[in-house]
Design a protein around this ligand. Structure first.
Ligand code: A2P
Length: 316
């Protein structure tokens, strides 16, 4: 398994299991099966509302000797409603309690967006707090304190732009070490990826398969279907892979981490196998041509009327 080696020599397997959209009962089975298959990197978040179930799966996997804690890389994320500095540690402790762990390998700020404490999602723009009210740097300082305390080994960012990351880099005491963003051939994130490489941040690609199982409220009409694109099918056929495997191998061949979600044993296996595949340079060049700056996860939830956030301010 290819890994990313951090400056303290910790190793993150590039291939991880995504758990967003793994629902009741599904997450437990997916995690148990994935660990049996050989996955050693789990991507979680409190917002996915399945951390307690994943904790049960981890507890059972450890008890039955499937894997040891030290062999796993576990990531989780701070939800937007806990950005006030005093709320960060309690949110992390809840995640640790749910996951039945005493430390995380990586803790990310899920979005550069703050929601009023107590609200899970904004019912209106008034439930969103501007970054002037809750500066990202103040949330980051509280995450640094969790890192110093040993509750997390590494901290990082998700859905951040280059400019917002630069702001953190100039004010931080502990540097962000990972950037998790949507990335696939329609949204390759070339500029952000090379920025991360220069700045020493590892890069994790989410929604690598185009997340067709997203809830209807965040799905656009007439979205392009990544897994059905002719060129991806062609590369799949020519390489003896499935379209899903092509997308995973594309991310791994670029040297990024990738976290496809599956709750299906057969697809879990085929996805894991794809992490050992290096695509031919000709195929990489073909896929490079598919860039179209298209996001499946647009951030529309944060740009409701009266919100302090716009698409422009969110992604720039
Ligand atoms: P399932 O959980 O039934 O396997 P993303 O990782 O981009 O969020 O995409 C997840 C979606 O892709 C889920 O609907 C998942 O369904 C599906 N999926 C996972 N692996 C594959 C694969 N190898 N081929 C096709 N679809 C897949």
């Amino acid at each position: 398994m290819k890994v990313y080696t951090y400056s303290n020599r910790d190793q993150m397997p590039l291939m991880g299991l995504g758990t967003w959209k793994s629902n009741d009962g599904e997450a437990y089975r997916a995690v148990r099966e994935a660990i049996r298959i050989g996955y050693r990197h789990l991507d979680c978040a409190s917002r996915y509302e399945n951390e307690a179930e994943i904790g049960q799966a981890l507890g059972d996997a450890f008890a039955e000797g499937d894997v040891e804690r030290e062999q796993l890389w576990v990531t989780s994320k701070l939800w937007n409603n806990a950005h006030y500095p005093d709320d960060v540690r309690p949110a992390l402790v809840q995640t640790l309690t749910d996951l039945r762990l005493d430390y995380l390998d990586l803790y990310l700020m899920h979005w550069p967006v703050a929601i009023r404490p107590g609200m899970l999602m904004p019912a209106s723009g008034n439930d969103l707090l501007s970054l002037d009210i809750v500066p990202l740097s103040s949330t980051w300082q509280a995450m640094e304190a969790c890192c110093r305390e040993g509750l997390v080994r590494h901290i990082g960012l998700s859905n951040f732009s280059i400019s917002k990351t630069r702001d953190i880099l100039t004010t931080c005491q502990i540097r962000p070490e990972n950037m998790q963003v949507e990335s696939h051939p329609f949204m390759q994130q070339e500029e952000l990826l090379s920025f991360c490489q220069r700045q020493g941040l590892s890069f994790t690609a989410y929604s690598p398969l185009g997340s067709q199982d997203r809830p209807p409220r965040v799905r656009g009409v007439d979205e392009p279907v990544l897994l059905e694109h002719t060129l991806i099918r062609q590369v799949a056929q020519e390489s003896g892979l499935t379209p899903g495997q092509v997308l995973i191998a594309w991310a791994i061949t670029r040297g990024t981490s990738v976290i496809p979600k599956s709750a299906n044993p057969e697809r879990l296996r085929q996805n894991f196998a794809a992490a050992s595949v290096t695509l031919h340079p000709d195929h990489m060049a073909l896929l490079h041509g598919l860039e179209r700056g298209f996001r499946y996860v647009s951030g529309s939830l944060w740009t409701v009327p009266d919100s302090p956030y716009s698409f422009d301010s969110l992604w720039s």
